[in-house]
Design a protein around this ligand. Sequence first.
Ligand code: BGC
Length: 429
Amino acid sequence: MKKTTAVSSGSRVKKNEAFLPIIFPEGFLWGSASSAFQVEGECLTHDFYDWALKGRIKDGTNPKDAVFFWKNYKSDISLMKKMNHSAVRIGIEWARIEPEEGHFDEKAIAVYRDMLKTMRKANIAPMVTLHHFSNPMWLVRKGGWKNRDVIDSFARFVEKIVPALGDLVDIWITINEPNIYASHAYFMGSFPPGEKNLFSMLKVQKNMALAHVKAYHLIHSIHTSKGFDRAKVGVAHHLRTFDPARPSSPLDRFSAFLCRKIFNDGFLSIINRDGITFDIFGINYYSGDLVSFPLMMKGRSELRKNKLGWDIYPEGLCRVIMEYWKRYKLPVYITENGTCDDNDELRPEYILDHLYQVNRAIAQGADVAGFYHWSTIDNFELVDGLMSRFGLIQVDKIKKSGELYAAVSKENAITSEITKKFVPHWKPL
Ligand code: BGC
């Protein structure tokens, strides 16, 4: 039975499981997320395919061999249904829709339409991302996101895809993690095109912000002119907690403040210059850093790490939700949260720990509308490749963590039956 209000026992545990059940608000959306190039497979016209050919993927795999969602989406959507999803986040591959500049592939658009219809039939509400890291090669040849023309190119893509799919989409995400894309592709050099230049990074962040603002207004006007439901538009923004490594050091405190200003808030401050340009606030949360002067990051030695060495810091999720909820007072969606764990050993507990923090934020007054676990299926992990696993599903088998997530989604709560069955020792942190 669905209950109506979020209940949390507060931050500390009472004895005898008095903290259970942890109940989510009625209508809370339970889903998972993926991006197009990380799951679709068989697309040879984007820059991550090219990056893999250049030998830049750690395990030597190529996104063309990702789990073939493009072909198998019907059976994958049945698995989502089995996991009691009420929502899902997918991506549209720009390079597939517009493989050559100005030439749109109508057949590919029809496949996306069918994908969305299949989700709707299963009562799974789609959230759709328009840009999630990968780019068409023709765009790359023109200077990619460094060239200001990208703002108009992206708008042309939006003008093509939104009228074609908007009636089936609940929420549009214009751009995924602009801060991660700009920093990894243009400053750290780990994503294509592999530049390491601070000025390029800032230029790209600015062009992405302007592209978002233009797309935001376009999507609204297309929905209105086509008579679709009012659009809900946002970004999926990567947020981290940054804390001073030595709290007593003013320099460390200042460095942590700078990280928050630049990494967490840089993009937001540009897109909101002339008024807020999102209707919902999407948070992708993975971890946090300790910062020492001058901008050196490290983890917290006391915390567990995932396969990629990232700190598992659930509390950070409640912290970022509360900070941005207080700032914008717009519905928050956890558009990504999950961990790299090849054998599904950490994931069950990871999920409970993070859901508990979402619930804490709700109990403190935040309007959190839904949670999208990253990822749905083991997918192509950016620069690590196919061997680094984030999914609730392995190919076509629901993992233990997927079953746990399905049970929580069904109950709309973390119950003692669920914890006993899946993580008997679990207690909220
Ligand atoms: C990205 C995903 C990625 C995940 C794990 C997020 O920052 O949006 O594409 O797979 O992190 O690294």
